[in-house]
Design a protein around this ligand. Structure first.
Ligand code: PAF
Length: 280
């Protein structure tokens, strides 16, 4: 990455953005680093929309509800910069915790409603509060016209969309499909912590979601959910939750509707993985 393309302070980033013509639109790809093909796909999509793409790299401590998870989160800045360079010309914002959360930082007050109380919200208390606050702070600093998020974090996407609607923010949220390895495993920074054997074992997640799609038949969502749990439990992972939910409200489905999703969170050894898929 050429000198000057990585900004670590709000002031330097803002002065770089101000130097662009006023008609230039900005797209933001927020990341926590440890970049993989999923992130690079977001960056490529952002570059199709506009020339001015900001990629933030910041491991946000406030969204981790486990100290160990925060400490073990992979940090690979040098490699991230190389990968970004291979994709195109982007502006990298890699701030410190102090820069993101100065002493006068004020949390936003927002009622995220029921979408934030289930699944990730239930098992990771405080997680979404941390996510919306950091994303809102990025929006304040960068004032992007667009922000791109992967559907792998399906609930996060819904929560951010809700924040944008509730707070009437002018940014357009662009959801992007989950990128998978050839094996079907969803790309995730956390995959870096898996052994080859664990990567194979983790395939039970995508296999269960495919199994659910293939066996829907005349089953109710609850019957299908129970069948999928039985299938999942034949594998080696430890299930945290598996649910079939309304893709808009994220509440468990009792009856089928046109937009339903199977969502899974599970531990593969020490590593927590999540994934989701449409149910057709
Ligand atoms: O999805 C992530 O990597 C993070 O939750 C995000 C959106 C960058 C906020 O820290």
């Amino acid at each position: 990455m050429k000198d000057g393309a990585v900004f670590t302070t709000v002031e330097s980033l803002q002065s770089r953005l101000k130097s662009s013509s006023s008609s230039t639109e900005t797209a933001l790809v927020p990341t926590m680093g440890a970049l993989h093909d999923g992130h690079l796909d977001l960056v490529r999509k952002a570059l199709e929309i506009t020339d001015q793409v900001v990629v933030s790299i910041f491991v946000n401590p406030t969204q981790f509800n486990s100290k160990e998870d925060l400490e073990n989160y992979p940090r690979t800045l040098e490699n991230d910069l190389k990968l970004l360079e291979s994709v195109g010309k982007v502006i990298v914002f890699a701030p410190t915790v102090e820069e993101m959360y100065p002493p006068d930082f004020e949390k936003i007050k927002i009622d995220l409603g029921d979408i934030a109380n289930v699944m990730e919200g239930k098992f990771r208390p405080g997680h979404f509060e941390g996510v919306v606050n950091v994303v809102h702070r990025f929006f304040q600093i960068i004032s992007p016209n667009y922000a791109l998020f992967g559907e792998k974090d399906f609930q996060q996407l819904a929560v951010i969309q809700r924040m944008v609607e509730e707070m009437r923010l002018s940014v357009q949220i662009i959801p992007c499909q989950t990128i998978r390895e050839v094996s079907g495993l969803a790309r995730s920074s956390r995959n870096q912590r898996l052994t080859e054997l664990q990567k194979e074992q983790a395939l039970v997640i995508v296999e269960t979601m495919n199994y659910a799609n293939q066996n829907k038949g005349e089953l109710t969502p609850i019957e299908l959910k129970n069948l999928a749990i039985d299938y999942f439990n034949q594998g080696e992972l430890e299930l945290e939750y598996l649910d079939i939910v309304d893709a808009k409200t994220l509440q468990s489905l009792n009856e089928w509707n046109s937009d339903s999703r199977i969502c899974i969170a599970a531990y593969c050894g020490e590593v927590r993985l999540i994934d989701n898929m449409e149910i057709n």
